[in-house]
Design a protein around this ligand. Sequence first.
Ligand code: APR
Length: 228
Amino acid sequence: MKKLVVLSGAGMSAESGLRTFREMGGLWEEYDVQEVASPGGWEKDRELVLRFYNERRKQLLETHPNRGHIALAELEKDYDVSIVTQNVDDLHERAGSSKVLHLHGELRKSQSTADSSLVYDIDGWELNLGALCEKGAQLRPNVVWFGEAVPAIEEAAVLVAAADLLVIIGTSMNVYPAAGLINYVSPSVPVYLIDPNEVSMAGSTGIRVIRKGAGEGVDELINILKGE
Ligand code: APR
């Protein structure tokens, strides 16, 4: 089966009711990214950071995969689908996608502040001060913060380099190294971009744009692929 690689971002989950980051009304309009999503913010006020992610986790548990997530999972019948996502939600997995690589971590997991290899599932939506790892260190959200390394980027680059088809869904392509993955696709490989809004992809030509939301956009992509 052909290798179809999806690079998804916050817009993929917008139709499930989760806010994106940089749009009007986006999370970074309401929260200071340095306060809630950086090592410095964690050192300054751990409770503020934990509360921010607890609220997002609570909302995540109240929402469901949307039509776009589900259609991508169903595509596994005809394609070898790998999802490379910037999202920390688990909606791709809940929709049934079997191969999901999280670049920026997972909201429903915690990580030891003494040993980042110690990662635990969070029961429910709350992770609070005093929650400790087996080494007795405070647990933090298992999310990659600004200024931190992205451990899964090499694995993602290998997937993109081997792709027969690349589909970019719901990301403003502003954040690196994730946005740089476009540079690993082979020149002859078709690249689709699904987004209802303009996305600047400096230097990238020949991208087939589907100017729709994730749900309708993936349906349109599937029709195009069927026609090919
Ligand atoms: N369907 C598809 N795309 C949508 C939809 C929708 N229904 N609604 C909005 N979008 C698009 C927007 O037009 C925008 O291009 O989703 C994109 C969201 O962009 P951002 O908010 O910048 O989110 P993302 O690109 O995922 O951010 C990358 O930045 O804040 C950090 O770590 C965080 O993983 C995140 C990273």
